[in-house]
Design a protein around this ligand. Structure first.
Ligand SMILES: C[S@@+](CC[C@H](N)C(=O)[O-])C[C@H]1O[C@@H](n2cnc3c(N)ncnc32)[C@H](O)[C@@H]1O
Length: 255
């Protein structure tokens, strides 16, 4: 029987709960990060916040390749530790701060750009986008990429993903409306759904046998054999024709 104190048997919890060898936790790798950075007008000297910065891969990339001044915030001690280690190894001066995306520990109008990759769908979406908008300066950019439902996705699939993974994606249009409701203007959307199948394939291929054994042992220990079924079910949802991916970028209006 599932112990109620344990989080759900979700892929998200497994990947974030320990180091399974993944550095980038979103589809599209650093190519989609580069696209996002360009759309957000990130350049040398830009002051950038990466919300839910994970292992610090994006923050290091933006500092190294764009010459940006980057701050990363993440809710997980493990992720913050991995990110700091990575930046130290690369001799990059990046601040990684533990914090909650729903209450960003920064003043209003602080950053030139605020980004987030593949995370908002697990958060209170209105609050998280509202916080990103609050801390970006007037005329600055807020950008993210995230999971999107395709039109006509069955409601039971949405409900199951929310139950298993705690993820509540929107359609691309739905994400746009959320951005506009948060006060962003000139919101652009780009459908990048074609990135999901190669990402799922790549992730599975890159899992070492040792990591697979570690995952299976952990799932059975925490949730029993039914946990394996749930993990498998969410994997199938990610691979379904209804699951897409999109990039969204908007601007905070000046005045
Ligand atoms: C799917 S990973 C994405 C990590 C990174 N953005 C990337 O693309 O590689 C989600 C990240 O969100 C972080 N996270 C989850 N809830 C959070 C919250 N409320 N506030 C800040 N970070 C959070 C997790 O610790 C994890 O690092």
């Amino acid at each position: 029987m599932r112990k109620e104190s344990q989080p759900h048997p979700s892929l998200e919890n497994l990947i974030e709960g320990e180091d399974l060898g993944f550095e980038i936790l979103h589809p599209g790798g650093l190519e989609i990060t580069q696209e996002l950075a360009n759309l957000c007008n990130i350049h040398a000297g830009s002051f950038v916040l990466d919300v839910a910065s994970g292992t610090g891969e994006t923050a290091c990339y933006l500092a190294e390749k764009f010459g940006a001044r980057v701050v990363g915030v993440d809710g997980s001690d493990l992720m913050i530790e991995r990110a700091r280690e990575k930046a130290n190894q690369k001799k990059l001066d990046i601040e990684f701060r533990k914090g909650d995306a729903h209450r960003l520990p920064f003043d209003d109008d602080t950053f030139d750009a605020v980004i987030s990759e593949c995370t908002i769908c697990i958060l209170d979406k209105e609050k998280a986008i509202g916080e990103m908008r609050r801390v970006v300066r007037p005329d600055g950019y807020v950008g993210f990429h995230d999971i999107c439902w395709k039109d006509r996705t069955p409601q039971r699939m949405k409900t199951r993903l929310a139950e298993i993974e705690g993820e509540k994606p929107e359609t691309l249009e739905g994400w746009k409306v959320l951005c506009e409701n948060a006060g962003l203007v000139d919101v652009q959307t780009i459908d990048r759904s074609s990135l999901i199948p190669p990402w799922m394939k790549e992730t599975t291929k890159n899992l070492s046998l040792a990591s697979i054994c570690k995952i299976v042992r952990k799932v059975i220990r925490l949730w029993g054999f039914s946990g394996l079924t749930e993990v498998w079910e969410s994997e199938r949802i990610f691979q379904s024709k209804y699951t897409g991916y999109g990039v969204l970028v908007g601007r905070k209006q000046n005045g």
